[in-house]
Design a protein. Structure first.
Length: 268
């Protein structure tokens, strides 16, 4: 049986109630949500590989046996630094890579359509579970009911200061500050442009974008997505369900019918 939750206005006060669809009563399965997340994650990857001849363009040949040296292929010639050095094999200076990435490697994972829809529906239901939301590390006031449903007027906010004021009234700004606190990583992560990895703050689900995405683009960790475009990638980053989500009334009423069809499979 569906339940009713309060609707918050832009002032942070309760302005009414709304009856949640049965999709919020599903029992989340973390294993299915994680499998769906990584399957959809591979759909964003681009195949990459190296030059098949990299490290092999050399005249190196083995000198054979009987010389008291290893039988590695060595560069021909004499009188220049490269002559006599091992080449064309793995594990030597300027040699080929042992197991380089290949373009023909299959990285695209497939998942049944019904499984994907069920995982998305369960990820939606997980946004109403306080234990799962807190397990992800989100900062949620005790007085705030989950899922957080607000008036559709939120979709028309177009200034960052207005959105920040709204989050402060709801008591969700500490969670934004938590997501913004990230230490700088060193090593290969810094070399490859991954020195700073932003955290995940509140997710705002809307029915129409009246400027809210522009207001949220300068707030770290806050994402805006249309209800028709919802996926596990948004609702369960890293494959872990329970992201703190703010729903507008219009977003709940505009959830895709394909997701609502599976709402009666596993009542909570």
């Amino acid at each position: 049986m569906s339940r009713r939750v309060p609707v918050y206005s832009l002032d942070g006060q309760k302005s009414g109630e709304i009856e949640l669809p049965l999709i919020f009563e599903l029992q989340p399965r973390p294993d299915l949500i994680s499998r769906s997340f990584w399957a959809e994650f591979t759909h964003r990857l681009q195949p990459k590989g190296t030059d098949p001849m990299a490290g092999k363009r050399t005249s190196a040949e083995s000198f054979g046996v009987g010389l008291g040296i290893a039988r590695l292929a060595r560069v021909k010639g004499r009188g220049y630094p490269r002559a006599g050095q091992a080449a064309g094999v793995a594990g030597v200076v300027k040699g080929r890579a042992a197991h380089p990435p290949r373009v023909d490697k299959v990285i695209y994972k497939r998942l049944n359509v019904k499984e994907c829809r069920l995982a998305t529906a369960m990820a939606i239901a997980a946004t109403s579970r306080r234990d799962l939301v807190l397990a992800r590390g989100h900062v949620v006031p005790e007085s705030l009911d989950l899922p957080v449903v607000v008036s559709s007027d939120l979709e028309s906010l177009s200034r960052t200061r207005d959105l920040r004021a709204f989050l402060e009234r709801l008591g969700l700004w500490p969670d934004v500050e938590r997501a913004a606190r990230r230490s700088t990583r060193g090593g290969k992560a810094r070399w490859r442009g991954r020195a700073r990895r932003p955290g995940r703050g509140p997710l705002i689900v809307v029915s129409t974008d009246g400027g809210i995405s522009r207001a949220a683009e300068n707030i770290p960790g806050v994402d805006v997505v249309l209800a028709k475009d919802l996926s596990v990638l948004d609702l369960a980053p890293g494959g872990h369900p329970g992201r703190l989500t703010i729903w507008t009334q219009g977003a709940i009423s505009s959830l895709p019918g394909s997701l609502l069809e599976v709402s009666g499979i596993g009542p909570r």
